[in-house]
Design a protein around this ligand. Structure first.
Ligand code: GAP
Length: 470
């Protein structure tokens, strides 16, 4: 599955020039850690730390809100990661969910053919040609060694179900959530009484034994997807739904703060389309390592329900009482990654500013995505009454949002720390607060401060959040 073409000359600059800035911020502030680090790590698996899990949960909540809460035509599902192995035969994954792999004869490193230097801009057909390695004189990027001819490498992880490790017990860790929605089509239809067009949305873990994972959490072996399958009448209704969903999905990233200029759409060439797709367009983002897929929107036709009906013998037809017709619905899919989306929001929110001769690092995350919505800070931690008022305020705010108390540095430093993790508002309690029962709310982006009564803080934060959401 080749990625996007190389960056063209009129390219926009990424939000950060160097990915290391984000990797080091993530580690230092507790967003993302390498998995099993004390054992030397495991390639392409990452763990979300205290702030990262909040960010990713907020991303998933924002997606669920736009798919389920704000609409009447989509319902949710949480299908198993393990499925009947025939599902993956029927879906085509067993036969063709693979990438072209080449191996170096001397150092034995393995590469995805389309990621080797020298293959940029090649079409999917060219990449499948016999002798492509010799024709392009490709060599191992590590030691210049001879590379093997490409062979197809299946990306599905296999395991065994039950106590016997034999071929008959093989099951797969799902490589996408979509199939769970297809095999539950009739269950959802019957129980929800939905009429076409309607959708099934899922968020969940998927697994791919990627040949060349990398770029931090961009391509992992264990990751989370946010996929929605929209069932429509066959034919033109799918084209219409596709044309509605594509701009909506792009707009979702913009709604949560991604700069429009760093998003673009890229249609798959005919020879690049997955077997299920009649049409596929990627929403791409300008990552520090180039334009790459953020999400795919696919017109899958009747490929999925048609094949599952045939292979399982189940009747997966829809009956339309208006026309008295039975038919297999077509599917328009929006397929996003929760990790890739969280990563994108993190990168795009990062900025450095000069304030009074100092560099201020700000994560300008949308308030709904920010891990902490508010930090409550004492101006003088030695005054017990100030600390007590802070604790009361934090507990009061915590009834609605994630609020944090911090007194481990002077106020200027505390503000900078909150700026760096994207906390949109800080509430500061000072000596005067004990007299006038008022506190200061400081805004992360403008750094302006407003004095308001203690009793009004919870409402003030709720109002600001509602305004950001609107
Ligand atoms: N059901 C269709 C499907 O799975 P896909 O383009 O292969 O389509 C959808 O995957 C999305 O899942 C991608 O756009 C990306 O956001 C995310 N994704 C896929 N592979 C990934 C990986 N190895 N690591 C992180 N995210 C991945």
């Amino acid at each position: 599955m080749p990625d996007s073409p190389p960056i063209d000359a009129g390219d926009v600059a990424p939000a950060v020039a160097d990915l290391d800035t984000i990797v080091s911020l993530s580690k230092r502030r507790g967003f993302i850690f390498p998995s099993s680090e004390i054992y030397g790590g495991i390639n392409a698996v990452w763990d979300y730390g205290p702030l990262g899990v909040e960010l990713k949960n907020n991303v998933k909540r924002a997606w669920w809100r736009s798919m389920i809460q704000e609409r009447t035509d989509i319902v949710g599902l949480d299908a198993g990661i393990l499925m009947h192995p025939e599902v993956w035969v029927t879906s085509g994954h067993v036969a063709s969910f693979s990438d072209p792999l080449v191996e170096c004869a001397s150092c034995h490193r393995r590469y995805r053919l389309d990621e080797l230097p020298g293959t940029e801009g090649l079409s999917a057909t060219e990449l499948r040609e016999d002798g492509v390695v010799e024709r392009l004189k490709l060599v191992c990027p590590n030691d210049g060694g001879r590379l093997s001819a490409p062979r197809r490498f299946n990306l599905m992880f296999k395991t065994h179900m039950g106590p016997v490790e034999e071929d008959a017990a093989i099951v797969y860790l799902r490589p996408e959530t979509a199939q769970g929605s297809y095999v539950n089509f009739k269950n959802v239809l019957a129980s929800s009484r939905k009429k076409l067009p309607f959708g099934i949305a899922q968020i969940g873990k998927s697994f791919r034994n990627e040949i060349s994972p990398g770029n931090f959490v961009f391509r992992m072996r264990e990751f989370e997807q946010m996929e929605m399958q929209y069932f429509v009448h066959p034919g033109d209704a799918a084209r219409v739904a596709f044309n509605e969903w594509l701009p909506m999905r792009r707009a979702w990233y913009e709604r949560y703060g991604v700069a429009p200029g760093r998003l673009r759409l890229r249609e798959h060439a005919p020879d690049e389309l997955a077997p299920y797709a009649k049409k596929a367009v990627d929403v791409e983002y300008r990552f520090p390592f180039g334009w790459k897929e953020l999400e795919g929107v696919h017109n899958r036709g009747d490929f999925d329900l048609g094949n599952h009906a045939q292979a399982s013998g189940a009747n997966l037809e829809y009956f339309d009482p208006a026309t008295d017709e039975h038919f297999i619905p077509w599917i328009v899919e929006t397929a996003a990654g929760a990790d890739r989306a969280a990563f994108t929001f993190l990168i795009d929110a990062y900025r450095e500013e000069q304030v009074r001769g100092e560099t201020r690092v700000v994560l300008g995350l949308h308030p709904e995505l920010a891990p902490y919505k508010v930090a409550v800070l004492p101006l003088l931690k030695k005054r017990r009454e100030i600390v007590e008022l802070c604790q009361q305020l934090r507990a009061d705010l915590a009834r609605d949002v994630l609020a944090v108390y911090d007194d481990t540095a002077a106020i200027g430093k505390l503000y900078r720390r909150q700026d760096e993790i994207g906390t949109p508002w800080c509430v500061t309690v000072d000596v005067e607060s004990l007299e006038d029962r008022a506190v200061t709310i400081r805004d992360r982006d403008t750094m302006t401060q407003e004095r308001i009564p203690v009793e009004g803080v919870r409402q003030a934060i709720a109002d600001r959040l509602a305004a950001a959401r609107a």
